[in-house]
Structure formats: structure tokens, C-alpha cells
Design a protein around this ligand. Sequence first.
Ligand code: ZN
Length: 675
Amino acid sequence: MTNPLLDVAGQPAELPRFADIRPEHVTPAIERLLADADAALQQAVSDAVPADYHALSAVLDVAVERLRRGWGAVGHLQAVADTPALRAAYAENLPRVTEFYTRLGADERLYAKYKAVAASPAAAHLPAEQRKALADALRDFVLGGAELQGPARERFAQVQDRLAALSQTFGEHVLDATDGYSLVASAGQLDGVPADVLAATRIDGSEDHKLTLHAPVYMPVMQYATNRALREQLFHAHSTRASELGAPAFDNTATLRELLELRQEEATLLGHASYADVSLVAKMAASPGQVLDFVRDLARRARPFAEADRDEMEAFAARELGLLDVQAWDRAFVSEKLKQARFAFSSDEVKQYFTEPRVLDGLFRLVETLFDVAIRPGSASVWHDSVRYFSVERGGEPIAGFYIDLYARSGKDSGAWMDDVRQRWQRPDGRGLQLPVAHLICNFAPPVGALPALLTHDDVITLFHEFGHGLHHMLTRVDELAVAGIAGVEWDAAELPSQFMENFCWEWDVLSHLSSHVQTGAPLPRALFDKVVAARNFQSGLAMLRHCEYALLDMRLHLEPDAAARVAAIVDEVRAEVSVLAMPAFHRYLNTFTHLFDGGYAAGYYGYAWAEVLSADAFSAFEEAGLFDPATGRRYREAILEVGGSRPALESFVAFRGREPRIDALLRHQGMVPA
Ligand code: ZN
């Protein structure tokens, strides 16, 4: 009996037989792949494998990459075509796979072998991309505590375990505190709330509604409910979640304090001054000081625009709504009314112009023009009828491929993402060059009846964003697994290619070709386009300043050695320094800030704006030369997309732009240009 999952892993040139993979294939395949990877690890650290880059790679990378591809296919199917049996098979194998990778990353013998490779005379003659891969591997071992000895090593492991447990607790408290609250409201109290929210919250057999703190209920109530007391009540509940002002069982105050203390201890053990320093080792930003300067500079520039946004909102509230003292629980409501008054258009109207075939075709033509490729339909085994496969070619030769799965359905995770099926790799096992293949996954509303699916403008942006990640993965020319495509790219630069593509969705010359009314075939009217663009920057000053507040708070909490003891004071200091909006004293947003305490964003929140500076500045080169300028497209492709993680992101940026990144384009795109 053949196991299609083992075929996935065993035949690097073939595409996975997704349609044939069944839950019962998972455990036997993963057991086999894990056993092979484990055997490869034992061999790699033995004397049988010399301290030579290629010898080590041929044994270890080949086996680990097979495991990665096989397990990747399982994880992918679990995310896009879940069934109870598949979920059970995934859950059964996840701990074993995690255990293997943890052991691999902490193996002292393997670290010693890599060090011996780096110290060997041959290392100096390795191609640059292999030297970068080797340096990254050594760096990750050091950050994982591989240099520590004796009690420090033991303590480091304890700290890691405790940090993982605390992060999980933090996240669970947020979920439980959110789930633990509800408020019954009569229909009469919900004046202004959209009909779909009313329908979703109605209590069976009753005229009343059950309101919760989950975003699909909380946000529209705050935006639309005319009942001010109700908004205040919900806002209070929302902003005291997981704090000492809410249920004691879910209070995160001590959890986040201990997280900060232990992160500082981890940094000290690793020989760094702060956790912020540790976080930045593998990022593009050079130092915490550089990040602080960046965030404060951005805050200073955004401030006048944020003040104008605030003043406009408050004046509108007083004039049109008779609201003279706008409070925190009024802001979303007032802003929504102001937005409607200023930019009256419905996203439903815009949607009629973006049919899926037209948008996809327009996106492909743009990519073909800019990056000198051809995108052709191909055939492949897929996990759902609506999924398509395309081949990317240059000069008649395939260079990559991708699956595209656009529509929401049950059994599919929400959101949108790019994932790799396999990476570009000059395989050391004699199987030649492996071409990259990507998954592009979205959750758009499926077509209804005979008409094509309609995309909102936000959907179009999402598609371009994920395609940008996909291009980074697929157009790479790097042959080394660990630094090809998106692999090995600094975390705070990884959104450059994705956000770069988003910019095209705000250009008339692009959108007019991407749009075609579902009934009449007419392109998007210019007047409607202008409204969409004007609404883009609605309250962008306030949004930017809020981002700066979070980023500065994150950095200071992870930089100052006594931060754990001064959390509340630092929150107040940052707010006083940055914010232009007063917040009530009960507001405890840090207690639910999962990005920092149960996510990968600790001392990294600034990365959103950081990458946007890069993407906006990169795009401005196209604004200068012409949006479809092939020469600029070629330089962007060669300097940024093709090199992936094989060199520092700053070098790649400078190679493209001829200088270091500047903030001007970001400010201009956001409408924040000083008068
Ligand atoms: Zn992204």
C-alpha cells in the first residue's frame, strides 16, 4: 500500500496528491518521517559525517525537509479541509513533531558540528548564501541557549518552560475573560445596531439579545448603538478584561509582570542587557535605541494630524450629535457617523465592480508585466473543487507554481495567508533543483448562482498582499534552503513584499483595469474611486499615533531593567508622551495585549510601521518611474524578491533604492504631509 503522504515527502519533484491523502495516512507517514529524521540527526552528529557543509546538509537537511513537507501537507489540509478525523490525527502527531524540532534546535552535538563546519578552512570558500545559512543556524543555537553551561543552562531551560506556560496562561485568561462576559439587552436598547448583528445576538424564544465582548458583536455595537449608557457599560467590561478590575481568576497582572521579569532574566543569561536586545538580534532594526528613535520620530510627525482628527471628531460630535464631552466609549460611534457624513459610499456598491475572474486576471497581467513571468493554468491534485493550480514560467521554462484557494467554506480556517508547499533548493541528494511552490489562501464570499464571485476592495487588497508574499517565495533565485524566498528574512522586513503589492490597489491605472461591473461590464467610475481613496486616510493620524503608543510601550517594557516593577507607571508615561486622546483610569489594555504576551511580537510591535516604511518607499520608486516600468520592476525583482534571506534586508533595500529607507512615502500615502 502506498501512502500519499510519504509520496509527498519522497518525490521532491512531484506535487502532493492532496486529493488522496486520508486521515489514516497521517500517523504511519509521520512516524516514518520522524524516525528517518531522527536517524539522520544521530548520523549527522556522529563521526560518520565530517564537519563539512555539504555532507551535513545531504544527511540532515534532506531528512528534515522531507518531514517538513510531509507534516506541512497535513497541517495545510487541517487548515483548509478539516474533518474530525483529520483534526484528531493532527493533534495526535503534533506533540511528537514539536518534540523533534525542539530537540533538534537544542542539540549540543549538532551545535558543535556546525561550529566545526564554520571553523573549517572550507567554510571561507562557501558561496555567500551558504555562509549566511550557516551564520543564521549558529545564531539561532546561541539564542536558544546552546552556549550556556552548568547551572546557567539549567536555569535557562527552566525559564523557557515557565515563559511558555505563562504565555499560554495569558492567552487563556484573555479568552476566558472575553467568553465569561455577556449582557442581555432588549431590542429597544439596541437602536442603530445593524440587522445582521441583531439577528446573530437574538436569544432563542425571546425578544432580547445577548451581547458579548467578541469583536463581531462588540465592534458594531460600539460603532452603531445610539444608546450611550450601553456603550459605556460594554466599553468598561471590554477594557477591564483580564485585569484586577475583572474576575480574579482571569487577572493577568501578575502573569505579565512575571513574563517581563523572566524575559529580562533570559536576556541576562544570554549576555544581553535587555530582552529588547535579544529580540533585535535577528531583526533588521539595529538596536533598541534605533527603534525608539524611529517610533518617536513617527509619533512626532503624526501628532498634528492626530490632533486634527481628534478636533474634527469632537467638533462633529458637538455640532451634529449634541455630544459636548466625547468619551472613550463614544469615539467609535462618532467616528462612524463622521465617516458616513464625509464619504458616503457603500462597500457593496464598490464590490459590484470587482469580479473574481477580472481581478485575478488583472493581478496576473500586472505581475507578468512587472516581473517578466508568464502565469499559466496547470493541473494538480487539489483538496477542493474550487482550488486551482498555476505554473509560473519565464522564457517558456517553469520557475515556480502555486495553488489558489479563494473561498470561505466550512472546515477552513478564517483569514488569508501564504504558505509554502516546498522551497527552491539545489538539493544535495543528487535530485537537482527543486522549484518553489506556494499556497495562496483567502476566505472570500463564494460565488452565488451563475454570477462570478464579487470581491470587496478590502478583499482585493488582501489578495494582492498574499500574492506579494507568494512572489517573495516563488521568484527567489537562491538555491539554499534556509535562505531561499521568505526563509531567513528578518522578521521586521518580511512584510515588505506583501505591503508593497497592496499599494497597487490604490492606483487608478491599476483599479480601472481590474474592475468590470458584474452586470454592465463598466469599469469602476472615477468618482467612486476618488471616494474610496479619500476614505483610506480617514483618521490615519489617530491610527498612526495609537500604533506608536503601542510600539513605544512594547519597547520600553522590554528594554528597561526595572519595567516589571513599573508597568502601570510606564503605561502612563507612554500615554502622556504620545497619545492625544484621554483614556479612563480603568482602561487596562495591556492585560489583553496578546501580541506582546502570547504572540511573537514582544519588542517587535514596531515592525508593522517599520515594514510599511520600506514598502511605501519601495513603491515610491514605481511612482517616480511609472507604475508599470519594466526596468524598475526588474530592479525590484532582482534586488529584493530574488535574493530572499540570503543577505541582510537593508542591503537588499539599498541595492534597489540606491539609498537607505526614508519615511516620506509612508507619510504621503497616509495623507500626513505637512501643509
Ligand atoms: Zn502579510
